[in-house]
Design a protein. Structure first.
Length: 549
């Protein structure tokens, strides 16, 4: 099997690139270790907690014991299925803040400022209910919708934010991210609108894109030029040749692993694993970042939460409603209200995110609170902690060694304490008085810094937003892995285009900026001039220097 381009990973960025390259008449092979996304467990939005906990769809990766979290080992789900993590995630759609991308450019990612990436966000979007065509796309492949907010708790959350003195935003993906408002999701016609549904399947229907199922073992190089990918398939070890280029889009955990297995990475680490060094790039596997969050849970004084469906008959009813009528709670991811706020004066743009959920339950569907309740997921957006992805061995079947080094920077603790106290203030507003009975977690007895810190060590969870392990930068930057056109520095014919290249984690969930990377990388790969830069400016709170809200 051969093609003009071989893409490793049928995830968010890989699907977008396959679509755009095929649209330009190129022949593309996409290597994907996972299988089909057919069936209700992936396609039903309300079933989101199932696929990420199934070995059939998830790589099953875990961290090493985290030293600042009492040695806890945290799950790090990544999609092993067509659509990648867009097929197992919570379907939340967040572009990131404009200033995130301006920061990328300041860090050396020339051509990736907000003015440069906004046209690509617009190209990929079919926004239903956003702020209009100035800031939002209306005819792209990726449909983005809003929930109906039929449960009164969603509007209570937004009203509580207003009562606490925060702004309300009608479109956090438009000009103004800061504030409380409706959440957006990659849901279309009551089903998950993954990158597979939006991009890959239409591209395959056109005949220029083919899937090769198997485990990518390494990039095949002739000298310093990538010419293909070695893949373990059901038939044995094969090489899929690339006539033009190889593009890695295998996630921020598997992409650096593949680079290192191919001889691209920190020289000493490669030599320690018996791998010949092709390009000594110290940044491969470094700069690992993520978002952490906690679940602030409250018991409800009225039986209006999703807990009424948390039994075998309720789940059967929800599933049947969705399967036969495309309606009911199963047609929503239940993340229908959110907020982005600043933690203190002097912070220019939001650094805390809220997901509101009308049930008290873990993200993985476990540890349901006894009885009716609701919760907000809250966490800081720009942790200064950095981790790494390294090789466990030279065997491609071995999982990588993942060390996030969570909560290793003192400001992480300060930011989380602030987040808990601000959240308690929000839920103490009049809007929640008809609904809130008591705080369940952390619990009213957790008040001092030491008590909050102990709670955090035991309960903080990943939001599943890993990135940064092959970051964008100038070729002169010794820690950069790819140049501003996504070309791997030091070799030819090889690019990386997924969340690995983020110099710094963006605000919110990472599916949207990952797809944007695929869209923009496709133009670089095709040798096209980038889309014309935008001159639109984001809204920044005019009092940010002196006021927290």
């Amino acid at each position: 099997m051969h093609a003009d381009y071989v893409i490793v990973g049928a995830g968010s960025a890989g699907c977008a690139m396959a679509y755009r390259l095929a649209e330009a008449g190129r022949r593309v092979v996409v290597i994907e270790h996972g299988g089909s996304d057919a069936g209700p467990l992936i396609q039903m939005p309300g079933a989101l907690s199932f696929p990420m906990n199934m070995a059939r769809y998830d790589w099953g990766l875990k961290t090493e014991p985290e030293p600042h979290l009492d040695g806890r080992v945290l799950a790090t789900p990544r999609g092993k299925v067509i659509g990648g993590s867009s097929s197992i995630n919570g379907m939340v759609y967040v572009r990131g803040h404009a200033r995130d991308f301006d920061t990328w450019a300041e860090m050396g990612a020339d051509g990736w400022a907000y003015a440069d990436v906004l046209p690509y966000f617009k190209r990929m979007e079919a926004s239903h209910g956003g702020s209009g065509p100035e800031f939002r796309g209306t005819d792209g492949p990726l449909h983005i919708t809003r929930g109906k907010r039929e449960n009164p708790l969603f509007d209570a959350f937004i009203a509580a934010g207003r009562q606490a003195g925060y702004p309300v935003t009608e479109d956090y993906n438009g000009q103004q991210q800061e504030g409380f408002g409706p959440f957006e999701a990659t849901i279309w016609k009551n089903r998950r609108w993954s990158a597979a549904n939006a991009y890959l399947k239409p591209a395959m229907a056109g005949g220029n894109v083919h899937i090769a199922h198997g485990l990518a073992r390494r990039v095949v190089l002739e000298g310093t030029r990538a010419v293909g990918v070695e893949v373990a398939t059901a038939r044995g070890i094969e090489v899929i040749r690339a006539g033009r280029e190889v593009i890695l889009a295998a996630s921020s955990l598997n992409t650096p692993k593949l680079l290192m297995l191919s001889g691209i990475g920190p020289a000493q680490h490669l030599q320690d694993n018996g791998i010949a060094v092709v390009a000594d790039r110290a940044g491969v596997g470094a700069n690992l970042q993520d978002h952490l969050e906690i679940y602030m849970q409250f018991s409800a004084s009225q039986p209006i939460t999703l807990f009424k469906y948390w039994n075998i008959w309720g789940k059967a009813w929800v599933g049947a409603q969705w399967l036969f009528a495309g309606q009911g709670p199963g047609a929503s991811n239940q993340f229908e209200a959110c907020a982005f706020i600043r933690s203190r004066p002097g912070v220019e743009y939001p650094d805390l995110q809220y997901h509101f959920l009308p049930i008290a339950v873990r993200y993985d569907g476990k540890a349901i609170s006894a009885g009716h309740g609701f919760q907000a997921h809250v966490g800081p957006m720009r942790s200064k902690s950095r981790g790494s992805v390294t090789l466990r061995s030279s065997d491609p079947a071995d999982p990588p060694v993942i060390r996030f080094n969570y909560m290793s920077h003192p400001t992480d603790w300060e930011d989380f304490r602030t987040a808990i106290r601000l959240t308690r203030e929000i839920f103490g507003q009049d809007a929640f008085k008809p609904y809130l009975r008591a705080e369940l977690q952390p619990g009213p007895e957790v008040q001092s810094d030491a008590e909050i810190d102990a709670f955090l060590r035991a309960h903080v969870e990943s939001a599943y937003h890993p990135c940064g392990t092959a970051r964008l930068g100038r070729a002169s930057d010794p820690m950069a892995v790819v140049d501003p056109e996504c070309r791997v520095i030091g070799v030819e014919g090889l690019r990386v285009a997924d969340s690995s290249i983020f110099p710094q984690v963006t605000n919110g969930n990472l599916n949207a900026p990952s797809i944007m990377v695929g869209e923009k990388a496709a133009d670089h790969i095709l040798g096209r001039p980038p889309l014309p830069a935008s001159n639109l400016e984001p809204w920044i709170n005019p009092n940010w220097r002196t006021a927290q809200r």
